[in-house]
Write a protein that binds this ligand. Structure first.
Ligand code: PMP
Length: 361
């Protein structure tokens, strides 16, 4: 008999993007760029950095367990109440809190088969059954998901835009999907990449919270647009009823003091957000053009990354690019053997990526 729980034995661990320092050390390289984890290429919000410097000597104290100031700032920013906000140690943690709060042992969770891996991994860690539905043309198949809903379905996770494809569910598609959704089921809309959206038909999900179907939870993060991935801070917006139960499940000091002050300051940093958006949108167009010229197929994206069909084993390609100091993400773990996902970087980084891609192809 194994000492390890059965549910844990079979989990395939999450493979994070390769860190820059590790790559430098292993390959003896001086200049390495990382385009593998959808981080902000401009660094962190300067206002956040200033807040960290100002508060760093306070870390002998526990952080505010209620996250009062940050919740208030988020509430003002999104025009909701503080009681609608639940803070997490990254939105990763919020996913865990949601499953622990709502899903009974014999209930199941539905998501796509090619989406953010943590929905499935965290469900498995909690020993909850996950039903995955294949994407259609790289998009969430909402009709397919609906067909899989059964009496035991409690949660549906939708990454919108979807990581790793960069595609999105439109307002029309989502509203159509929600029309006859069972009332005893919760829909989680993970909007980690919402800042980079440049289309008109993306759903305004927070409006649904006050509508007929209140069983919606929206996830956001400070890891991408605000450049705070290393601090670990994300949040959920939900009905105050749902939020109050999620508050019971989270650990009392889950969001550290520096993350709280940095995120509060970052929300005021409109200038940084504007610059980030501009760099990503311009970078996206640059990469599209360069890939078009090379005749390389990709999936058009509304996020800060692009899924690229490299037409051969992407693990080998990842290793080849690494030798030239460019870290991308092979998509083997996502079941897309011939694809890589590249995070949009600065102009210089994007140019270097294209140069190296040409070389290794
Ligand atoms: N949701 C999606 C769709 C993501 O891609 C990511 C980050 N890879 C997360 C959530 C987790 O973000 P955080 O850093 O806030 O835990």
């Amino acid at each position: 008999m194994s000492l390890i729980k059965n549910s844990i034995l079979n989990i395939k661990p999450y493979m994070a993007g390769k860190p820059i320092e590790e790559t430098k050390r292993e390959l003896g390289l001086k200049e390495v760029i990382k385009l593998a984890s959808n981080e902000n290429p401009l660094g962190a919000s300067p206002k956040a950095l200033q807040a960290i410097r100002k508060n760093v000597s306070g870390i002998n104290r526990y952080p505010d367990s209620q996250g009062f100031y940050l919740k208030r700032k988020i509430a003002q920013y999104l025009k909701v109440q503080s009681s609608n906000v639940v803070l997490g140690n990254g939105s990763d943690e919020i996913i865990d809190i949601i499953i622990k709060t709502f899903v009974e042992e014999d209930e199941n969770i539905i998501t796509a088969d090619t989406t953010f891996l943590e929905y499935e991994i965290i469900s498995q860690v909690n020993n909850r059954k996950v039903i995955t539905v294949p994407l259609r043309y790289f998009k969430y198949d909402l009709e397919g998901i609906k067909r899989k809903i059964n009496k035991k379905t409690k949660l549906i996770f939708i990454s919108n835009p979807n990581n790793p494809t960069g595609t999105y569910v439109t307002k029309f598609e989502l509203e159509d999907f929600m029309v006859d959704l069972p009332r005893d089921l919760i829909l989680v809309l993970d909007e980690a990449y919402d800042t980079f959206i440049d289309v008109d038909d993306f759903p305004k999900s927070l409006q649904y919270l006050s509508g007929q179907n209140k069983n919606i939870i929206v996830l956001k993060t400070f890891s991408k647009a605000y450049g705070l991935a290393g601090l670990r801070i994300g949040y959920a917006i939900a009905s105050s009823d749902f939020a109050s139960y999620m508050e019971r499940v989270r650990q009392p000091f889950n969001v550290n003091l520096l993350a709280q002050v940095a995120a509060t300051a970052a929300l005021d940093d409109r200038d940084f957000l504007r610059k980030t958006r501009k760099v990503i949108l311009q970078g996206r167009n640059y990469l599209y053009e360069a890939l078009n010229k090379l005749g390389i197929a990709y999936v058009p994206s509304v996020a800060n990354f692009i899924l690229i069909d490299v037409g051969k084993d992407s693990v080998g390609l990842f290793r080849d690019m690494l030798k030239y100091g460019v870290i991308v993400r092979d998509m083997k773990q996502y079941g897309l053997k011939n694809f890589i996902r590249v995070t949009i970087g600065t102009r210089k980084e994007n140019e270097r990526f294209i140069k190296v891609l040409k070389k290794v192809l």
